[in-house]
Write a protein that binds this ligand. Structure first.
Ligand SMILES: [Zn+2]
Length: 62
């Protein structure tokens, strides 16, 4: 069985952390709002990327 490279492990951990944060936002009731400015995020964008935490004005600040 092939082993994961360190790079793969980092990428997997990063995604799982994002999932954790998304679930926390879901429980806290802030899932559908931008993490930065609090505006509602479009449903279609969340369907396309369920880990999205920011509105289009704040793309890289998750
Ligand atoms: Zn925003």
């Amino acid at each position: 069985m092939p082993e994961f490279t360190n790079e793969s492990v980092s990428a997997i951990e990063s995604t799982l952390n994002d999932v954790d944060r998304a679930l926390e936002r879901l429980r806290a009731g802030t899932y559908r709002t931008c993490h930065v400015c609090g505006v509602p995020i479009d449903d279609r964008e969340l369907v396309a990327n369920p880990l999205l935490a920011n509105c289009p004005a704040h793309p890289e600040l998750a």
